[in-house]
Design a protein around this ligand. Structure first.
Ligand code: AGP
Length: 607
């Protein structure tokens, strides 16, 4: 979604804001803007387009301006198309109060009408613009009080930064259902939607909770609760270093993150495989609780949802527990059947995805135990869950998720094996075998990365097509879904994934000469069945790119990639890597913006 950043202190303000926005651009990149405060008032510059367009519009702003505070915004449009007028910051009638916003104000039309009746003139199509006007209505020389009063009228989700030309050196930050972090410096303080925007300057942060308001000045930060009472919050020390937020010699964050996967898997496994067993103390599971679980609900969106499909397969297969996987945005609107003996597991890289958070809350409201599998430590989902298993993928900045997916798959595999063991379905010897195989996963993923040159050649053929299909059975179907999403989101090729046996029930009609079909066959027990489906495709002219551990596939496909020889049930975390690379190289050939695909944002904090 949108990214917001704020600064109060003695550094040159504009470079701090632009640097923060650059690091937040993954949250949205339709337009950008800044507001800078000095003794003369508030100066606003904004521009439709990438951050570079804004940068070209602020070259005349220098340190001589004496700015001591400022805020910036990078937008992912929800209400109103990307345009200069719709860009943030937005201002009130008198031009004294400026606001940047991430989220959606659901009652903005009613508020807009009310403001217009009161004589305010609104110039944008956004939901945000009502906020500075509303604050102005309440303003009587106290920005904190006016912001708090305005908040009572806002419905929806918001992380806001507010400043007024009448109160220099003050930023007011509030949060409801959209993330906001305060960075604590010496004689300076920062505010941002996400940690990467501040971690070059400080690793000491407060993570704001819903309903909290922060009064941010250069010499200190006061946190207030929903009633306005001061609140003491623990300082959260950021665990990543600044280098993690750089490309480290790779041309794109996506490629860097693809190559970080062996290391990321090692991190996910670190300390969790001990003495021939699985050690997940975070979940607080013992044999009695594991036996008592009636059903597991996995809720997530996008790539994380695809990891859940792998999780379902493994938990059902190993722990013999029924698992439902829900697209998080559907879960709470379908009156799900959830009981107190159920476990709802929210799976999310960012831990801030609004739909997944809402699904977790819904599961808990219906009495289930709600737990999280998350990457970002201290994120909202991790904090609201009763327990959190961190995937430890490290900072993932490319919009297209890669290392987050494989670490989610590894984490869910650990959970499946642990549940099976606690439910008495795995003997010590089998458990020991699982542990030693899991330890080899990073090595198999390295072998998968070594296939890059062959994959690049495949991409040359794929890149000229506008449509592609992915097929597979069982776990391969789950991986195929992730492969087609990667291809769609970064190369803009229309791709669809099917359970291989399903193609003949309609979609086979779309198979024409040379159309690319990516076929996965890593599951030995259905290898022959998948080969039959491949021959059906080739009989209709489809061009099949086969991915399998079994070289026997070569005779049935047009081009084959031999995958590392890992156990079938661990194949998803390995087989997905060539598919990520295939999408990456295809997107490069098609000259697409790999790290910032059109219309997308990394963290989707609106419903
Ligand atoms: C995939 O490449 C996307 N980034 C997207 O589907 C993502 O997985 C989804 O928005 C969920 O995000 P989360 O894991 O942060 O909750």
């Amino acid at each position: 979604m949108c990214g917001i950043v704020g600064y109060v202190g003695s550094r040159p303000v504009l470079p701090v804001l632009l640097d923060g926005l650059r690091r937040l651009e993954y949250r949205g990149y339709d337009s950008a803007g800044v507001a800078l405060q000095n003794s003369d008032g508030v100066l606003i510059r904004k521009a439709c387009g990438r951050l570079s367009v804004l940068e070209a519009r602020v070259t005349d702003i220098t340190e001589a301006g004496g700015f001591t505070a400022g805020m910036g915004h990078t937008r992912w449009a929800t209400h109103g198309r990307p345009s200069d007028e719709n860009s943030h910051p937005h201002c009130c009638l008198s031009g004294t109060i400026a606001v940047v916003h991430n989220g959606i104000i659901e009652n903005y039309q009613r508020l807009r009408h009310k403001m217009e009746q009161a004589g305010h003139h609104l110039v944008s199509e956004t939901d945000t613009e009502v906020i500075p006007h509303l604050i102005e209505e309440y303003y009587q020389g106290d920005l904190v009080a006016a912001t708090r009063a305005a908040m009572t009228e806002l419905e929806g989700s918001f992380a806001l930064l507010v400043m007024s030309s009448d109160e220099p050196g003050l930023l007011v930050a509030v949060r409801k259902d959209s993330p906001l972090v305060i960075g604590l410096g010496e004689g300076e303080n920062f505010v941002a939607s996400d940690i990467p925007a501040v971690m070059e300057y400080t690793k000491r942060t407060f993570i704001l909770d819903d309903g909290e308001l922060a009064v941010v000045r250069s010499d200190g930060v006061e946190i207030q609760d929903g009633t306005g009472a001061p609140k003491v919050k623990p300082v959260f020390d950021v665990p990543w270093d600044v280098q993690a937020a750089e490309k480290g010699g790779y041309p794109h964050f996506m490629l860097k993150e693809i190559y970080e996967q062996p290391k990321a898997m090692e991190e996910t496994l670190r300390g969790r495989l001990i003495d021939g067993g699985i050690f997940l103390p975070e979940f607080g599971l013992d044999a009695e609780t594991a036996q008592g679980i009636e059903r597991i609900h996995l809720v997530a969106c996008g790539t994380s949802h695809h990891a859940c499909l792998v999780g379902k397969y493994l938990i059902e297969r190993l722990a013999r527990l029924p698992v439902e996987v829900d697209v998080a945005s559907e879960f709470r609107y379908r009156e799900p059947l959830v009981t107190a003996n159920d476990l709802v597991i929210a799976v999310s890289q960012s831990g801030e995805t609004a739909d997944t958070l809402a699904a977790l809350r819904e599961g808990r409201r219906r009495g289930a135990r709600g737990i999280a599998v998350c990457n970002v430590v201290g994120s909202t989902i991790a904090r609201e869950a009763e327990a959190a298993l961190y995937t430890r993928a490290g900072l993932e900045l490319a919009v297209a998720s890669t290392k987050a997916y494989v670490t989610q798959v590894v984490a869910l595999t650990l959970l499946a094996v642990e549940l099976a063991s606690l439910r008495g379905l795995l003997g010590a010897q089998e458990l020991g075998q699982w542990v030693s195989q899991l330890q080899k996963l990073p090595q198999w993923s390295r072998e998968a990365l070594a296939l890059a040159p062959e994959i690049e050649t495949m991409a040359q053929e794929l890149a000229r097509w506008e449509h592609a299909f992915f097929i597979g059975r069982g776990l391969d179907y789950a991986v195929a879904l992730e492969g087609q999403l990667k291809l769609k989101e970064i190369s803009y090729i229309h791709a669809e994934a099917y359970a291989a046996g399903e193609l003949k029930h309609g979609t086979l009609a779309l198979i024409v000469d040379d159309i690319p079909v990516v076929a996965l066959a890593t599951q030995s027990h259905v290898f022959g069945k998948t080969i039959s489906n491949i021959t059906e495709v080739r009989a209709r002219g489809g061009k099949v790119f086969g991915f399998s551990k079994d070289k026997a596939m070569a005779q049935y496909v047009d081009r084959m990639l031999v995958l590392p020889d890992c156990p079938d049930l661990l194949a998803p975390a390995v087989a997905v890597i060539p598919l990520q690379l295939l999408s990456y190289y295809t997107a490069l050939i098609r000259e697409c913006d790999v790290d910032k695909p059109r219309n997308l944002a990394k963290s989707v904090t609106v419903e």
